[in-house]
Every structure is written in structure tokens, then in C-alpha cells.
Ligand binder design. Sequence first.
Ligand code: FAD
Length: 616
Amino acid sequence: TSLIKESNVDVLIIGAGPAGLMAANALAKSGVNVRIVDQRPDKVAAGQADGIQPRTIESYGLAERLLREGNQMHMAAFYNPSASGGIELTDRVPDVTAPSARFPFEVTLHQGAIEAIFLDSMESLGVKVCRPLIPTSIQVSEDDDQLKDVNSHPVRVSFFLERRFVNENLVVLRNLNPFDDHEESEIVHAKFVIGADGAHSWVRKTLGLTMDGEQTDYIWGVVDMTPDTDFPDIRNRCAIHSNNGSCMIVPREEDKVRLYVQLDDRNAVDEESGRVDKSKIGPHELLDATRKIFHPYSFKTPESFDWWTIYIIGQRVASKFSVKDRVFIAGDACHTHSPKAGQGMNASMNDTHNLAWKLTQVLRGWANLSLLQTYELERREYAQNLISFDRQFARLFSGKPRTEECMDGVSHEDFLKIFQTFSGFTSGIGIHYAPSPITDPSYQAHAKKLIIGQRLLPQIFVRAADSRPIEIQDLLPADSRFKLLVFVGDSSDATRRDRIRRVAEDIRDVVRPYSPDGLTAVFEIIAISCTKKADVRHNELSELFGCHWSKILLDDKDVRGKQGGDGYVNYGIEPSVGAVVVVRPDGYVGMVAPFENVKELGAYFVGFMKGLSPNM
Ligand code: FAD
């Protein structure tokens, strides 16, 4: 006889890789009742993804630990065949060409260390990964009334558990066969489910979501180790095209290095399954291939390898990212591609970064369920762009180099062009969401250089109360609230101050109906004046906007004249006009409202938020 346990949860996350952990941490921080399960008995110890792009460093509050623990890649070097045989240096260029990046470099750190940042944060909030645990069935209700009611639990997920003792420690093992004897079963009723269960996603397959795209012929080996070599660019990111194949170097934390080596050995592929047969090829064979590519530089066999793998690249995007906006798939579960542009983990974390605030807003009753449709809209288009970039990049990377004997090959100029043209994309800085209810470009002209649909440009302002230089991005944490940046113009002018007073009142009137839990619970107002610090009266402004003293900023240089200034110019805002910039909880510019017509804010929020009637 088995015991059936039933429980309710707001959000159930299946899979605790980067996508699942990002979601669990963000939701836990917002106070959402969340549960996360994973089939692995333990977290990732080594290997897998390792590249963190500039946008990821600036956006999730991860920067401090990433910068402390990770390696930084500032330079990219390119090697090509030399006339005397072997390879030679062709070029060295900055690794990232994204002028507005706050951190203009990539950080490399192994996936387990990145996951640990989320795990530690979650633990401090009382959320732990339940492992090893695998769900056995998932059903989404067909009942429309239930689906429309945000407080209902229309997704039913079951688990069959089997308890065993290993070395006197109790472990809960999965038992995949529901007809076997099992001591305990659990049925979880969830309001929402996130399938973040990787490239072979069970959630995706069980719900019948297909992947569009194809497997490529490119086979790559990856090996992590501490190298012993005379190759001069071993601490730079390198792309090496040789007559013996291609290789990419990714320098890593401490003295470690990752090598991506292209293999042309189809013998290693099992014809039936299409998967690489790891018994036929191992790290020593990868190192042999590396030596041929690196000639004339030497590469000694290390005492040990930290991690290695071999895989065939598939370039696919899921046909849909959600089922009835109650189950969502995220990360590798909905897009797979080559790892060389360092996108996998970043794209995966970005998916759930995009989803978590929307779920929070809906669960709190602030936004309509329809807000959730923008997840697929935004992230599927991004995934498609990622695959089309990856096709070009992987083809050029895997192609033969151009030489006198092979004039059709890939030239350094072609490769560099793609590398630099797509830097905005690969750095994450250039991600641009299309117009939708949450991305309204109507008033772009009021802040010409803040592209609506892109992340807010970093900029140092000076805090009015104490002249401390502040990076504006640090005032925009992903805490589920919309931020309203009010560019008031020159607040030292008495006539202008009267206008600011009226605008401040209007803004509060317009957003109050969308603030069922109080205005500051849903919105954060930050006012930015272009008055000089010698003339500012910050308390007057904080009173007008009803905000904390620390939210009044100046577009001026700091006291040493080194940081800050030119914020209005950099954002394309006319000081004599002003503007209100709406920053979404994920840091993207959602809309700009004219200073003289802040009622437009209402037209934006009514598109996806629940407005209270004025007498409520
Ligand atoms: P994942 O990190 O795959 O996480 C999915 C999680 O779901 C896993 O913890 C898994 O145990 C769990 N899970 C799966 N099925 C179930 C289930 N039914 N029930 C419960 N839990 C489940 N990227 C690179 O950039 N470079 C590389 O060299 C590289 N090598 C890789 C090697 C391997 C072996 C793998 C698997 C991935 C590699 N990647 C690499 C890809 C990179 O790890 C992913 O892009 C990134 O981790 C995606 O994050 P994710 O959270 O979407 O998925």
C-alpha cells in the first residue's frame, strides 16, 4: 500500500540548471511559493558551460561574486595557417565590441560555481533543490474557467518516490515505473510549471512540443585542464583555423583552460542513435588533435583532465515555449546550439529572468494573465536570432581556412567581420525586444538614445543628497517593480519647479490605480535633475515624488570631477523638455512618456496590468 501525499505550490520548477536556478532564486526573492526539483543527486561539479557575457554580469546582481571568482577575457587572438606550415598569429582584437557595456569583457567560470551563487542565495531564503527527484506525469487542465483563474492550480504533476538508505543516509530515489511497489507518491498541484530540464526536456516531450531545426555535421570535443604549453596566447580567447582543423581556447579561473577541438571523425558517431560513442574517443585523442592544430607550438599531456565531453551540434528552437500559459519551457529545453559563442547558459538564465518577474506580477494580482504571452513572444524571437547567428558562426568556425590551395576557405576578414558584427548580440548588450504591450516605442523621440526594447544604458549620476556617484543600473534591481525614471530638467528654476510639482502629482495619480498593494510596492520613482550639485535642494524633490532621499539624482560630475555627467546627452533627453522613462523589472526600457503628457503612462500600464477603479 502506498501513501499518497498531495500539495499545492504556486510555481513548480523541473530542472535545477542555470535556467531553473535563476527562476527559483528570483521567485523566492519575490516571496513566491516555489518548489524546484532535479533528477541529479548532486549539483554540477565540473565542466559544461563556462562563459558569462557582459549583459549577464551587469544584470542579475551576480557581478560581485563573478568578478571575484571568475577569469576575465579581454582580448581575442586569431591564428591561421602560416606559409611554413603550422599556425601563426593573424590578429589580436578586443574580445567584446559593445561600446555601451558596463563590463566590456566576458567572465569565465565553470557552471557549478555559477549555480552555487544561486543555490547560496536561495538557501538564505529557505528554498532548496529537492533531489534526486523526477516527475512521472504532467497534466494541464482543459477547464477554461480554471485556466482563467490565477488562483487555481490547473497543472497536476506526479512523483513516485522510493526511500532507501545508502551508507546509513536516507536518500529518496526516483522510481520511474508507477506500477512498481513504491512507498510514497506525491501529487503536486501547481499554478504554474517551468520546464527547465535541459536539451532532452521531459516536460517538452511529454506535452508534445516539437523542436524545429536540424542536427549539424559538426562534432566537437571539449576538454578542461591546466595546460603546459609554449603557445603565447593561452590566456586569451583564441580562434585557431589550421589545415588540421579548428580549435577555440577559453582561458578559465585559476590556471585552467578550456579547449574546444573540432573533430572530423565520423567513426566516433554511433550510426543508430546519432550520438557520439565516447568509448571510441577520449581526452587523449582530443589532445592529439589539439597538438596537430597547434603545430609548431607544443602541448604537453597534463597530469589529469578536469572534465571532457564530445558532442554533435544541433541547432533547434521549440515550436512553442508554453502550454496554455501555465507550463513554460526555458533554457536548453527550448533552444540548442553550439557552445562556442558562449550563449547557452546566458540565454537560459535570460529566459527565466524574463519570465520570473511576469509570473510574480501575475501571482500578486498586479498584472493580467495575458502578460505571460510576452514570454514566448520575446524569448522565441531571441532564440531564433540566436540559432541563425549560430549557423553563420559555426559554419565559419568549422570551415577550412582560406589558403592558396583552398581559395574557397574562410578568410580571417570574413571571420573577424562576423565576430565583431555580432558582438552586440553575443555580449547580450544588443538584445532588442519587439513592440508588444510591454514594449511601446511610440515616444522614442523623447529619449532618442535609450532604445525602447533594449536594456537601460549604464550611466553614472551623482546622488543629490550626498554627491555620491551612483551607477543607475544599480538602482534597478530585478525586484518585480517597474522603475519610473523622471528626467525633470533644471529643478533650480522656480517656474520649472511648479511644472515638476504638477507632473509629480500626475504621475502618482496615473499609476496609483495599478498599485493595489501601495504605490511603492509596485513602482519605484527615481527623479533625475540636471541642476548642478551646488544649487540642488534634494529634499524638495523627494517630497514632491514621495520617494526616499537616495532616489534623487543629478546629472553632474562627482566632487573630484572624474565620474558622471552628460547623462541627458547620452540618453538623448532634452533638459528643457524632460521625459519619463519606464524601466521594466528586468532592466529593459518599456516605454518613454512625454514629460508634458504623463497620462500616456496609464495607456501603457492598462495594456497588461489590472487597474483598480478610482473608488476602490
Ligand atoms: P541544463 O543545465 O541542462 O539543466 C537541466 C537540469 O534539469 C539538469 O540539472 C538536469 O539534471 C535536470 N533534469 C533533466 N531532466 C529532468 C527531469 N525529467 N526531471 C528532473 N530534472 C531533470 N555549454 C557551453 O557553453 N559549453 C560547453 O562545453 C557545454 N558542454 C555541455 C556538456 C554537457 C554534458 C551538457 C549537458 C551541456 C553542456 N553545455 C555546454 C550546455 C550548457 O550547459 C547549457 O546551455 C546550460 O546549462 C543550459 O542551462 P539549462 O538550465 O537550460 O539546462
